[in-house]
Design a protein around this ligand. Structure first.
Ligand code: SAH
Ligand code: SF4
Ligand code: F3S
Length: 484
């Protein structure tokens, strides 16, 4: 039997500020056998979780296609199924375990089917042990640091018909020149960094993704220029904490430097996510305000509006500081839209503390928000805090919060009624071929009737109705359309 390489909870916690992550160029080299391993076989990658996982899923697809596999959307027809998982909340984990159970029946019909598990769930020591014990159908397990090992691991499973497990809990490397099958031809994700060193006390990400490591500015620009030449109209720069970009690099450049350089490429639309309020500096705001191709949309996770809870969460800003930053962004960036993330029911959150979060929502009147009930994650500091608040109470708070968030997102969307906006066209409505959809610079979803629009073009739409989660409109022509 081969030896499993298992994750270590202790190692995952470790950080070394002097660490310079090794950069591996040309990270995927396939042997002749690996190049043909998938010929005649089909694969499916199911991705859960955040954009970092979506991007990893594109790379995994790229690797599998280079190995000769072809994509299928039908799980039952797939010879290789990869579940690219998320561990952020217990619900996310339960969903995956349910899916594995469901895949068992396909495996019975096709015993050669290979079921693989990757992403953030297998980065947790206790989860891997449990899966090895209880889910024998999962024959391939690899972590977020181990994507380049996929060809070898998969080859071993296929040839030796035995389970392979490789999950490192290292600080991490940077992999360049990865193949990928991107989801769209007009908008793309570009990783600028991986990992997180913020260690918010509720969050599993620093343990599953390793130490923060930024890609070199030159390597990011090379990818952005490549995408621009391929005709991409929009890119989203990705990181758990984009404003901390570069802090781990000897070169000494910052996220504003990167934004400036990426903006200089002339790509039409540039977005980024996620920005932590803690490292958000004036230089960043100024450059976004100045450059037309840096989109006026900022995701600014609040988590809580109460100082004691923020402190317990390890967020390192106060409600007052958040408000100041919020006001600065609103006043300097024209027509900016701001969205947020909020957690309710952090251990022992009182009604009064929760009402500070509601007050903050009244103050910020967010364009959009994601709200969650606190979920205890094994190994994080918050998991050891004894909690007295009932789940019923938490659900009730979530409902009250969502009612206010919904009220403001609708109010903000209604403000667009009668205005003409630029929309990057994504595709056709699933239910009505006469309707297309796309996003405005403020990242608002628009469904619109059209007479002459193509996927990937930036067109003009007059907004006729603003609703809670989207806008309705109709295409208009101003004589300066972009149909490149
Ligand atoms: N790096 C991003 C967040 C990534 S996780 C940031 O700092 O903004 C996305 C969101 O999931 C977080 O903003 C938080 O609101 C939520 N989240 C993270 N851990 C959670 C937990 N244990 N329980 C509930 N929600 C959580
Ligand atoms: Fe998690 Fe905080 Fe890092 Fe975001 S900044 S990924 S919430 S630890
Ligand atoms: Fe989930 Fe991992 Fe992203 S835990 S949110 S997929 S970094």
């Amino acid at each position: 039997m081969n030896e499993y390489i298992l994750p270590s909870a202790k190692q995952a916690r470790f950080r070394n500020t002097a660490y310079q992550a090794p950069i591996v160029y040309d990270a995927i080299k396939l042997s002749d056998n690996q190049k043909h391993l998938g010929a005649g076989f089909k694969y499916h990658v199911a991705t859960y979780g955040c954009q970092a996982n979506v991007r990893d899923g594109e790379v995994i697809s790229g690797i599998l296609e280079n190995m000769g596999y072809t994509f299928t959307n039908e799980l039952k027809d797939a010879d290789v199924i990869i579940l690219n998982t998320c561990a952020i909340r217990e619900n996310a984990e339960k969903k995956i375990l349910g899916t594995i159970g469901y895949l068992k029946s396909f495996k019975r019909l096709n015993p050669d089917m290979i079921i693989g598990l990757c992403g953030c769930i297998p980065q947790q020591e206790q989860m891997v042990k449990m899966i090895i014990d209880k889910y024998p159908v999962v024959e391939l397990i690899f972590g977020t640091h181990n994507i380049p090992s996929l060809p070898t691991l998969l080859e071993n499973v296929v040839t030796n018909k035995e389970r392979n497990v490789e999950v490192f809990s290292t600080l991490g490397s940077i992999y360049e020149d990865l193949p990928s099958v991107r989801q769209f031809k007009h908008k793309a994700f570009v990783n600028i960094m991986d990992g997180c060193d913020k260690f918010c006390t509720y969050c599993i990400v620093p343990y599953t993704r390793g130490q923060q490591r930024s890609r070199r500015l030159e390597d990011i620009l090379k990818e952005v220029n490549f995408l621009k030449n391929e005709g991409y109209k929009e890119i989203t720069l990705l990181g758990q904490n984009v404003n901390a970009y570069g802090k781990d690099l000897a070169e000494g450049y910052t996220f504003s430097d990167l934004l400036e350089k990426v903006s200089d490429t002339g790509l039409k639309r540039i977005r980024f996510t996620t920005s932590h309020p803690w490292d958000f500096d004036d230089k960043m705001i100024d450059i976004i305000a100045k450059r037309e191709n840096l989109m006026p949309f900022i995701h600014l996770p609040l988590q809580s509006g109460n100082d004691e809870i923020l402190k317990l969460m390890g967020r390192r800003y106060t409600a007052k500081e958040y408000k100041e930053l919020f006001n600065k962004i609103k006043s300097k960036i024209k027509d900016v839209a701001i969205s947020t993330d909020i957690i309710v029911g952090f251990p022992n959150e009182t009604e009064e503390q929760f009402s500070d979060t509601l007050d903050m929502v009244e103050f910020c009147k967010y364009d959009n928000a994601y709200s969650f009930i606190f979920s205890s994650r094994e190994g994080t500091p918050a998991a050891t805090m004894k909690d007295q608040i009932s789940i019923k109470e938490k659900k009730e708070r979530l409902q009250r919060l969502n009612e206010r968030l919904g009220y403001y997102s609708k109010l903000n969307n209604k403000k667009w009624e009668g205005k003409i906006v630029e929309v990057l066209v994504d595709g056709y409505s699933k239910t009505n071929p006469k309707i297309m959809s796309g996003y405005t610079p403020q990242q608002k979803l628009v469904n619109f009737s059209y007479d002459n629009a193509e996927i990937g073009a930036i067109i003009y739409v007059e907004i006729t109705q603003g609703m809670k989660n989207s806008l309705n409109g109709k295409q208009v022509h101003l004589g300066k359309e972009d149909h490149e």
